[in-house]
Ligand binder design. Structure first.
Ligand SMILES: [Zn+2]
Length: 274
């Protein structure tokens, strides 16, 4: 552990330009469940796919039923110490950009300024027909007004504001539509099989080109959209430091990996930089 921190401080000096990539592991202590366990194994039910959400009304019904029950916990979630430390490290000039695979907005709630929500944000919804945008809370109100029984359901939370609502309840749910035009609405989230906006990919790529260190926190990097940036950093010979408990897809690309709790590691780093 001591040697790891010697390597870490040698890489991450006060004047370093650090790009941070975060994943589900950083939000666990805020009460948001992760997708995978430490061995990288998938937990819970299969996530919704982009195309099936568009094509299949019963998939939309399932999404909104489960989201109606799962969303309030995400809306209430508070940033934990890891989010707070990263916001402080940005203010001190260490972090030039934070890229997150999370859709919970906890980095922004902690005061982080330069954040790319690689997979979108759960607190906004858009109409696929008229393109109008809405607050998720407004849609929640509509959901509960047309499906009052959903307000009483307690179900196990799943990642990304999802909850394990029984199928017999799902089939009774009226799907919310666009308050402006009655069209199909979708959360501003990149579902599996959906594309990360190209302008975000380019922005992150440029930040990696000019950074000194890429720091990966709480991500198994199983999804290509995050993994690609580790590949890029490695090909540019940039050091990659990872704070993650358990196996990741990019283990062989890391200069240093610290498999401790990420709050403990970040607070040790913060102290070392003072
Ligand atoms: Zn509309």
């Amino acid at each position: 552990m001591e040697t790891s921190f010697e390597v870490l401080t040698a890489l991450v000096k006060n004047n370093a330009n650090v790009v941070v990539l975060t994943g589900a592991g950083i939000s666990i202590q805020s009460g948001i469940p992760p997708y995978r366990d430490h061995s990288g194994k998938w937990l819970g039910s299969e996530p919704i796919q982009h195309q099936e959400f568009l094509d299949n009304p019963s998939k939309r019904q399932r999404y909104w039923a489960r989201s109606a029950v799962g969303w309030p916990a995400v809306a209430r979630a508070k940033p934990n110490d890891a989010h707070q430390i990263l916001a402080r490290l940005e203010r001190s000039g260490l972090i030039s950009l934070l890229v997150t695979q999370n859709v919970d907005r906890l980095h922004q709630k902690a005061g982080q300024q330069r954040v790319i929500d690689l997979h979108g944000r759960l607190d906004r919804v858009s109409c696929l027909d008229c393109k109008a945008g809405f607050e998720r809370s407004e849609i929640q109100q509509e959901l509960l007004e047309s499906n009052p029984f959903l307000g009483d359901i307690r179900a196990e939370l799943a990642p990304d504001g999802d909850a394990a609502v029984a199928e017999k309840i799902v089939s009774k749910v009226k799907i919310p539509v666009c308050p402006e035009c009655g069209g199909v609405i979708m959360p501003d989230v990149v579902f599996f099989g959906g594309a990360v906006p190209i302008e975000n990919v380019q922005l992150v790529s440029r930040a990696i080109e000019s950074c000194d260190v890429l720091m990966v926190i709480g991500s198994s990097l199983m999804v290509y959209s995050g993994y690609r940036f580790c590949r890029q950093a490695a090909s540019l010979k940039k050091p990659i430091v990872a704070f993650n408990q358990g196996k990741t897809r990019a283990d062989e690309l890391f200069t240093l990996k610290i498999e401790e709790d990420c709050v403990a590691t970040l607070s040790a780093l913060e102290t070392l930089l003072q």
